[in-house]
Design a protein around this ligand. Structure first.
Ligand code: XLS
Ligand code: NI
Ligand code: NI
Length: 436
């Protein structure tokens, strides 16, 4: 088989002292942490749309990297990309990947032609997934790029668009089932509004739920056994996205009785004005934690920069939440990330993944140490100890009346039992555990 990256070796773990840019410093796949191999804690996934498609195009400039692999015909480019992509994830030792339907095959003149092309590329995926032993973390449909989706997809004001989008997701689900996907993600790329002056919000939200019921029910009917995810994002491309953040999405899922988990993206959390840890905590608390898009943003910029994670502090708090949520089952850490536009050389594709994987591996190592250390968890437990007995226990058990609470407060006269929240003490522990 032709090698697209002949100069890149298989990437191995060499440990923190290594100065080899093409080696892992912290990610040691088979090393056991808390009874589980690192690779099974982290379940790394590469995003097809970035890793093999993104070529450095931005609002002000054209591609800086050539990802056509010497081909000109769109279907030949599409096929070369599949081969090159599997070579990349094989060399990196990444077990999973994710794609949008439109990343893998070009659109034809009609929906049936597009579907035929998609089937042809899916055949190649099926073959290479077997050869390389790789798995589809989740599939998804791109319902935001083509001009037909200018007003949204499931929330479009135009019923023809709703129908087209449903047909597109139907096909994407069929391909996902064929490729044995562990999940299927819905990200509402243009499910939102630009101005309320032209928007019927009630109908759009009801329609979004109708869209999700129709498609997820169909998936089940054809044997989809994985998890459905919905990925919150507050804005971009629309000014206001309906799937704003974890709490908003969970409210929506409950109202419309939809059985879906969350795929949380670090950068979307910060765009919504939250920390990533906050979003993970909300999902964990609600039993809706599913999967993660591990890319980060730049806090000085107000858009989705899709950078590989380098911030160990954030990675640690994220891995702490993930461990506390019971770890990944069907989900994983998907790098919805791309190297910066000036990092355009083929090597950068590898170096950027290595750095991101090492960051999350460090996060896992430190999070495990925090849990072993136990001081933070113990502090939180003791902070709520007043609910373990007496009046607190009766509040939690739901056996107390408001009259009894009043009697208790009157007898107390005033609250004399508050204790310090000790934030700085806890932040100090985090630093101490991180830096030894
Ligand atoms: C965009 C989203 C997108 C989804 C998949 O901001 O992160 O890439 O993950 O459609
Ligand atoms: Ni994403
Ligand atoms: Ni994003």
């Amino acid at each position: 088989m032709k090698a697209y990256y002949p100069d890149i070796p298989k990437i191995k773990y060499e440990g923190p002292k290594s100065d080899n840019p093409l080696a892992y410093k912290y990610y040691n796949p088979e090393e056991m942490i808390a009874g589980k191999a690192m690779k099974d804690h982290l379940r790394f996934s590469a995003a097809y749309w970035h890793t093999i498609c993104a070529a450095g195009v931005d609002m002000f400039g054209v591609a800086t990297a050539d990802k056509t692999f010497g081909e000109t015909d769109p279907m030949k480019i599409a096929k070369a990309k599949v081969y090159a992509f599997f070579e990349i994830i094989d060399k990196l030792g990444i077990e999973f990947f994710a794609f949008h339907d439109r990343d893998i095959a070009p659109e034809g003149a009609t929906l049936s032609e597009t579907n035929r092309q998609l089937d042809e590329i899916a055949d190649l995926f099926e073959q290479l997934m077997k050869e390389y032993d790789k798995k589809l973390l989740w599939g998804t449909a791109n319902l935001f790029n083509n001009p037909r989706f200018m007003h949204g997809a499931g929330t479009s004001c135009n019923a023809d668009v709703f129908a087209y989008a449903a047909a597109q997701v139907k096909k994407a689900l069929e391909i996902s089932v064929r490729l044995n996907a562990s999940g299927y993600t819905f990200w509402g790329g243009r499910e939102g509004y630009e101005t309320l002056l032209n928007t019927n919000m009630g109908l759009e939200l009801d329609n979004m739920a109708r869209f999700l019921h129709l498609t997820t029910d169909y998936g089940h009917s054809i044997g989809f056994k994985g998890t459905y995810y919905i990925e919150p994002k507050p804005k971009e491309p629309t000014k206001h996205q309906y799937d704003f953040d974890a709490a908003t999405v969970i409210g929506f899922l409950r109202k419309y009785n939809l059985d879906m988990k969350l795929n949380l993206e670090a950068n979307h959390a910060t765009l919504a004005g939250h920390t990533f840890q906050h979003e993970l905590r909300v999902a964990r608390t609600e039993g809706r934690f599913g999967s993660v898009d591990a890319n980060i943003g730049d806090l000085l910029l107000g858009w989705d920069t899709d950078q590989f994670p380098h911030d160990v502090y954030d990675a640690t708090l994220a891995m702490y939440e993930i461990i506390k949520a019971g770890g990944f089952t069907s989900g994983g850490l998907n790098f919805d990330s791309k190297a910066r536009r000036p990092s355009f050389e083929p090597q950068d594709v590898f170096i950027s993944h290595i750095m991101g994987m090492d960051t999350m591996a460090l996060g896992l190592r430190v999070a495990d140490k925090i849990i072993q250390d136990g001081r933070i968890d113990r502090f939180v437990e003791e902070r709520y100890a007043s609910y373990d007995s007496g009046i607190g226990k009766r509040i939690v058990d739901g056996t107390v009346t408001i009259q009894e609470l009043e009697k208790y407060a009157l007898e107390m006269g005033d609250v004399k039992t508050n204790k310090s929240g000790r934030q700085e003490y806890l932040e100090g522990i985090l630093n101490q555990v991180m830096f030894g």
